[in-house]
Design a binder for this molecule. Structure first.
Ligand code: NAP
Length: 314
């Protein structure tokens, strides 16, 4: 037989899936990963998620079974001064979503949080049971968002992730690629540790987890750390990107990178020194292994190269 596409039946097949923040890094990856399903997605033009009345009206109109919340106020420095917007988007919006989910019995919420809920003061690899203690406004409101969800419903999955990148939004990876083009030397912080996480992997593994959780509800009502495997400093991360950009012929130029301490690179919002999160709970619950961050960067650079017109190569 030719011309017939057989779609795999999964626990998501019969669901109406709503994605908030569909133009962001994760939202874009989720939309791509869910193309064969019944997906509705909302960007800022469709709905300002800081407007609670409009959010409630929109949810009642769409009546989703699955809500992926990839919308967030992610400018960590701006969140120090834009405190009301930070609160509305990172704490109050998840609260509204969880209230809706609780009222609608065939509805589930997949929400994303951050390594910045931890203080980063301990040198341990951080598990979900370790105490939190956010040290900036973004981390505080993301944690308040988590708490609101946990208080209102049990039909949720919360994924704490870190250092998200893809091949075309503004992020650390694309910034280093631009630096290669525009600069000869840069200084990068070497005393903050974490795991770079590819938006494509974050989307893929959160969907895998959701499908399993819909079959086994014991997995719901939980917070899971979810990031690529392995850890590095921002300095090591930058060096690897610069080296692989040469290796993959994205660039012929070697960027000289100097390690500096956080105290030499002050930012408006304080950053945790230790963002190394254990993903054991996620891997054991959902019986998966998570790709290494270096492997994820290599795959992302291949996408970046495919999508860069030849005349723009570095
Ligand atoms: N980025 C990271 O390094 C990182 C690290 C740890 C955790 N996380 C978490 O991971 C999740 C995904 O992050 P991401 O990197 O994909 O974020 P992102 O690229 O910044 O995307 C966030 C999306 O939210 C949308 N949004 C913001 N305010 C809105 C509003 N008032 N109304 C409607 N939409 C609004 C943005 O719309 P516009 O495109 O119009 O601005 C954007 O599309 C978030 O929960 C974030 O907190 C991210």
């Amino acid at each position: 037989m030719t011309g017939l596409v057989t779609l795999k039946h999964t626990p998501l097949t019969s669901k109406k899936i709503l994605i908030f923040g569909d133009k962001g890094q994760l939202g874009t990856a989720l939309k791509k990963a869910l193309t064969t399903f019944n997906v509705i997605s909302a960007d800022r033009e469709t709905l300002d998620v800081s407007d609670s009345d409009k959010v409630n009206t929109y949810l009642n109109k769409v009546a989703p079974n699955i809500i992926f919340n990839a919308a967030a106020f992610t400018n960590v420095d701006l969140a120090e001064t834009e405190t009301l917007t930070n609160k509305k988007i990172n704490a109050e919006f998840p609260q509204l979503l969880s209230e809706y989910v609780e009222k609608n019995k065939d509805c589930y919420l997949i929400h994303y949080s951050t390594d910045y809920v931890y203080s980063g003061e301990s040198s341990n690899v951080l598990s979900e049971d370790d105490s939190v203690g956010p040290i900036n406004s973004y981390g505080i409101e993301k944690y308040n968002g988590e708490c609101a969800i946990k208080k209102n419903t049990s039909r949720y999955l919360i994924f704490r992730t870190s250092w998200v990148f893809d091949h075309f939004h503004k992020n650390f990876l694309t910034t280093i690629i631009k630096f290669i083009e525009n600069k000869d030397f840069v200084s990068i912080v070497d005393d903050q540790l974490g795991a770079p996480t590819y938006a494509t992997d974050l989307a893929k593994y959160s969907i895998v987890a959701l499908e399993k959780a819909l079959l086994n509800h014991d997995f719901l009502g939980q917070t899971y750390n979810l990031c690529n495997s392995g850890f590095c400093s921002w300095y090591e991360y930058a060096n690897f990107i610069a080296k692989q950009a040469v290796h993959t012929n994205i660039s012929s130029k070697i960027l000289q990178i100097t390690p500096v301490s956080s105290s030499e690179y002050p930012t408006k919002a304080k950053r945790p020194k230790n963002s190394r999160m254990s993903t054991n709970k996620f891997k054991q619950t959902f019986q998966v292994s998570l790709p290494e961050w270096k492997d994820a960067i290599n795959r992302c650079l291949i996408e970046l190269k495919k999508n860069t017109p030849p005349h723009q190569s570095l």
